[in-house]
Design a protein. Structure first.
Length: 104
C-alpha cells in the first residue's frame, strides 16, 4: 500500500487519540489532504493546401499523454489501521484521437 507520509510519528492508539480531532481549511489547503492531480493533455494540428481552393487538415489529441497514475484520497482517520495510506488507485488510460478534414 502506498503511504503518503510517515505514520510512525503519530499516536494512533484509540485510548490516547480522538478520532475527530482534525482541523481543516479546505478553501486554503485542500491540496494537503491528498496528492495533487497532474495531467498533461497535448494536441497538434497540421494544415496543407492541396490545390487553390482545397485544404487538408490533420489533428491529433492526446489525453493523459504521459499516462500518469492518479492516487485516491489519503485516509486521515488517526484510529484507522490504514492511516496515511492512499485509498485506491484511480487512473484514466492514455487516449489518442486522430481526425482529418478536407475543405473546398
Amino acid at each position: 500500500m502506498y503511504k503518503e507520509f510517515n505514520t510512525s510519528c503519530f499516536v494512533t492508539a484509540s485510548a490516547q487519540q480522538l478520532a475527530n480531532n482534525l482541523i481543516t481549511l479546505p478553501s486554503r489547503f485542500s491540496y494537503v489532504r491528498g496528492p495533487a492531480l497532474t495531467v498533461a493533455d497535448l494536441s497538434g494540428i497540421k494544415r496543407f493546401r492541396v490545390a487553390e481552393k482545397v485544404k487538408l487538415e490533420f489533428r491529433m489529441e492526446f489525453l493523459n499523454a504521459f499516462n500518469q497514475v492518479w492516487l485516491g484520497g489519503i485516509n486521515t482517520t488517526p484510529t484507522s489501521a490504514a492511516f496515511g495510506q492512499a485509498a485506491t488507485e484511480q487512473s484514466a488510460p492514455r487516449r489518442v484521437y486522430w481526425s482529418g478534414r478536407v475543405s473546398f
